[in-house]
Design a protein around this ligand. Structure first.
Ligand SMILES: *[C@@H]1O[C@H](CO)[C@@H](O)[C@H](O)[C@H]1NC(C)=O
Ligand SMILES: *[C@@H]1O[C@H](CO)[C@@H](O)[C@H](O)[C@H]1NC(C)=O
Length: 418
């Protein structure tokens, strides 16, 4: 790779990191420069149903550099599938780094922003939602409940979701997502070069059956005392306890003045609950001196567990693909990288996203200002007296309320469709 030519700012780096980068093995790198269309194959998946969305080759509406383009979903309510091939490779004894940048310009309310690594032979023209993959990684947003980074690993033909909750970015700017998988079966998830999650394949996915299980043969011993509290044998029912009546005559009640003993019978006051009455007597509870704790079956080695020292290995990685359903389009992918060197990935992110992020943010804020100004232009302006203004206020509040309901309904529709 001609680093010197493509990245002259590398010259300013220390010798150490240059050496590190010089030894990086890059399995695949796509910056979506000229000629990208020769490297990527658009799938025909969903074409016959007219549901296959078109990609737009663009830097988007806001960016740090108009010439730095990526590919962006450009039609709403469409499926997207595109993939690129690289020489088959294995991550055995190597670190695997999978990285790309993604920008949701559309203020994504429901849709994926993830990518996949595929293995073996894939008919790229038919690549779609059912095509088996090895790794699926990246952000996924749907409504209020789903805003996470997916990290799905396929092991022995089954897809396993990460058990950790890793929140994703939800704004309309470019972010870099990095997945690092190491030969010691540890992993890291980075967003914008910042570590968001680390851990082990053993603990954070259920790839293998558990190492230890509860002994299914074990039984609670008959004399196991698992009552934490017992009635106090010393406690005695106070004398006369049972003589306390539940209800007593209401001493505040007065015989009505027009009460006629002869006609109405003898007057008796109504009864009320007796504050002295405490219910049936029960001895008080004390700590059980023989309490042994809750019984738990002892853990034994799981006979079904067989360690796999190659748990982290994907032996025949060969394709990278994007396969998405989008309700609202506008997701832009760029700078896809598969390498064995986290340091190289970090530098690529710095050189692309890192270099452009401030200009992009300023451009976005400018675009928002223009959009807001245009929106307020469309709103009817009422310049009459104060009373009218108050009315207008009320109306806009009601409208805002209605809007919220609508958005929620839309989100639910979206979930149904998925
Ligand atoms: C492609 O993106 C650019 C920049 O956002 C936009 O102006 C253009 O209309 C888009 N083209 C299509 C076909 O969506
Ligand atoms: C792989 O899957 C098969 C079929 O589901 C199963 O019988 C086998 O035990 C699994 N092997 C491992 C190592 O999980």
């Amino acid at each position: 790779m001609a680093f010197g030519v493509r990245h002259p700012n590398f010259l300013s780096l220390t010798l150490l990191s240059l050496l590190a980068v010089a030894s990086a093995k890059v399995f695949f790198e796509e910056r979506f420069d000229d000629g990208w269309e020769n490297r990527w194959v658009k799938s025909e998946w969903k074409k016959d149903e007219d549901m296959a969305g078109e990609w737009n080759y663009t830097s988007g509406k806001w960016h740090g550099d108009p010439n730095d383009k990526g590919i962006q979903t450009s039609e709403d309510y469409r499926f997207y599938a595109i993939s690129a091939e690289y020489p088959e490779c294995s991550n055995k004894d190597k670190t695997l780094v999978f990285q790309f940048s993604v920008k949701h310009e559309q203020k994504l309310d429901c849709g994926g922003g993830y990518m996949k690594l595929l293995s073996g032979e894939v008919d790229q023209k038919k690549f779609g939602g059912d095509t088996p993959y090895s790794i699926m990684f990246g952000p996924d947003i749907c409504g209020y409940s789903t805003k996470k980074v997916h990290a799905i690993l396929t092991y022995n033909g089954t897809n396993h979701l990460i058990k950790k909750d890793v929140p994703c970015e939800t704004d309309q700017l470019t972010h870099v997502y990095t997945f690092i998988l190491r030969p010691d079966a540890t992993y890291s998830i980075l967003i914008d070069n910042e570590e968001k999650q680390i851990g082990s394949l053993y603990s954070d996915w259920d790839l293998l059956p558990p190492k230890k299980i509860k002994d299914p043969e074990a039984k609670k011993p008959e004399d196991w005392d698992d009552k934490e509290y017992i009635p106090d044998p010393e406690d005695k029912k106070p004398e006369g306890y049972d003589d306390i009546p539940k209800e007593i005559p209401d001493s505040d009640a007065k015989k009505p003045e027009d009460w006629d003993d002869e006609e109405d019978g003898e007057w008796t006051p109504p009864t009320i609950a007796n504050p002295e009455y405490k219910g049936p007597w029960e001895p008080k509870k004390i700590k059980n001196p023989n309490y042994k704790g809750k019984w738990k079956a002892p853990l034994i080695d799981n006979p079904d567990f067989k360690d796999d020292p190659d748990l982290y290995v994907f032996p025949s990685l060969k394709y990278v693909g994007i396969e998405l359903w989008q309700v609202k389009s506008g997701t832009l992918f760029d700078n896809v990288l598969i390498t064995d060197d986290p340091e190289y990935a970090k530098q690529l992110a710095e050189e692309t996203w890192g270099k452009h992020k401030d200009v992009e943010k300023a451009a976005f804020e400018e675009a928002e200002k223009i959009r807001e100004a245009e929106e307020s232009k469309d709103e009817p302006v009422d310049s009459d007296g104060e009373e009218d203004e108050e009315d207008a206020d009320d109306e806009s509040k009601t409208e805002a309320g209605d809007d919220t309901t609508e958005t929620e309904e839309e989100t639910e529709d979206v979930h149904d469709e998925l």
